[in-house]
Write a protein that binds this ligand. Structure first.
Ligand SMILES: [Zn+2]
Length: 238
């Protein structure tokens, strides 16, 4: 996996670039502001515009390290295009994703280092996280909500470092998920997301610059999924 443009420049949602490969209904761009999705985060939505036309991006497909933008119409894009990520959708994904990290940090700290077994962000402002919590009391999980919102209010900064995979594997708790660990990049490093003072973990998604940029988060529901897993559903308020 290459480092994504949106990792380096998360605030750039509109970008002029060149088409470097094309097949009917799909193009590869030289640089793209689109996040391809993964680890539970949904792929960005948006459009490509060019002189004389535009097309909705209906999906993104990573093939052999190249990101294909699937287009709603078979229209042939010109060599130069403007790639435009839907800002409302990206913001919602970013808020939800940041909320899942805060929840994850609280569960990890308060439930003896419980790991994540799955995560999925939804396009309706909700997300679910599954945790390996065989003996957890669901009321204790529900009771995390005020602490979660307190951490949002504290406006903790969020920053990134890249560390060699072997080093990351050696730091307890850095690879938090049993199912969605991001692959290393071509330099053999993985991206670590740090919510300063709270949590560090490997992740390839998009996150807010600091926690108070999120709306408050509600814990909507807790389900038992099998003997081991607890599924916690959260939602953004408003
Ligand atoms: Zn993340």
């Amino acid at each position: 996996m290459s480092r994504y443009f949106c990792h380096e420049f998360p605030e750039v949602l509109t970008f002029e670039t060149r088409v470097v490969d094309a097949r009917p209904g799909a193009v590869v761009l030289e640089q793209t502001p689109f996040h391809p999705g993964g680890g539970g985060q949904l792929a960005d939505r948006g459009i490509l515009r060019w002189n004389g036309g535009e097309a909705t991006v209906t999906g993104l497909e990573m093939i052999a390290g190249r990101l294909w933008h699937l287009l709603a119409t078979p229209a042939e894009a010109s060599d130069t295009v403007q790639a435009v990520v839907d800002p409302a959708f990206r913001t919602m994904m970013t808020e939800l994703h940041t909320g899942t990290h805060i929840l994850n940090a609280l569960v990890y700290q308060q439930f003896q280092g419980a790991l994540v077994t799955g995560a999925q962000l939804n396009d309706d402002g909700t997300a679910r996280m599954d945790f390996d919590l065989p003996d957890a009391d669901n009321d204790r999980l529900r009771a995390l909500e005020p602490g979660l919102n307190e951490l949002i209010r504290q406006d903790l900064p969020i920053r990134y470092v890249y560390v060699p995979l072997a080093e990351a594997m050696g730091e307890h708790g850095l690879i938090r998920s049993r199912s969605v660990a991001p692959p290393p990049d071509e330099m053999g490093t993985i991206r670590i997301v740090e919510i300063v003072g709270l949590d560090r973990q490997a992740c390839g998604g998009t996150h807010l610059a600091s926690t108070a940029r999120s709306r408050p988060v509600k814990i909507l529901k807790i389900d038992n999924k099998g003997r081991h897993n607890r599924r916690v559903k959260i939602g953004l308020e408003g």
